[in-house]
Design a protein around this ligand. Structure first.
Ligand code: 13P
Length: 227
């Protein structure tokens, strides 16, 4: 498995602006273009029903927004990690603040994703949660304070301590990335300065007037990193 290198992860969520197959592909292709031009690791988390479509149409990494702890077979409606992998997904977010799961299920999925050689990105709301989740050694832990999600007020400026505390809490077992309210280049650069290994962003891109311009702007913020 190739571990994502300082990822700028675009979570499409289920925003209407990017949820039709056409719009999803338009955003995915715009992201790919920026990734190539600026040599930044842009990663896509498209709406679940379009996962296979996006995997087929771009060469940059694509991850699932969520997977269930369910097997292939008689599991109607569940999102099965093995199937996501067969589409070409390189990993999955799990336990997003908008799709929380039990701690035991996180542990089971972290193990399963590792066995499948898929990248695991587990979301956490607080540094205490980061401590508990880091015991499972997922590849990444994404700290996202829920009150800042979709607010346009960046975690890196509104609550810088939650980033540095989460990095300490992870104790080097998982790489820490952050998200919530990231909307401009400076928000990204500040997060990176604080030690965040990557960024998770949704509305700042999805609701922007120009997707290519906004992705390029945020990617420029990542470029400041001396890796
Ligand atoms: O939840 C998020 C990404 O997973 C963050 O959302 P916003 O970028 O809209 O704040």
């Amino acid at each position: 498995m190739k571990l994502l290198n300082r990822p700028l992860i675009i979570n499409f969520k289920n925003y209407g602006e990017a949820s039709s197959a056409e719009k999803t592909l338009e955003l995915a292709r715009a992201a790919q273009e920026v990734a190539r031009k600026l040599e930044v690791e842009v990663v896509l988390a498209p709406p679940q029903p379009s996962l296979a479509l996006v995997c087929k149409n771009v060469d940059i990494p694509v991850i699932s927004q969520h997977v269930d702890d369910a097997q292939e077979g008689s599991t109607t409606g569940f999102f099965v990690p093995e199937i996501a992998k067969s589409y070409g997904a390189s990993g999955s977010l799990i336990n997003h603040s908008e799709h929380r799961i039990e701690i035991g299920v996180i542990a089971s999925l972290a193990k399963k994703l590792r066995a499948l050689k898929m990248t695991s990105i587990v979301c956490a709301r607080t540094p205490d949660e980061v401590t508990r989740i880091s015991e499972m050694e997922p590849d990444f832990i994404a700290i996202e304070p829920p009150e800042l999600i979709g607010s346009g007020r960046a975690v890196s400026k509104e609550n810088p301590a939650i980033i540095t505390d989460s990095i300490k809490a992870a104790g080097g077992k998982s790489k820490v990335i952050c998200g919530a309210g990231i909307t401009d280049r400076d928000d990204v650069a500040k997060a990176v300065e604080l030690g965040s290994y990557g960024i998770l962003v949704a509305s700042g891109i999805i609701k922007a007037k120009s997707w290519p311009d906004k992705i390029a702007e945020l990617a420029q913020g990542m470029k400041k990193i001396s890796s």
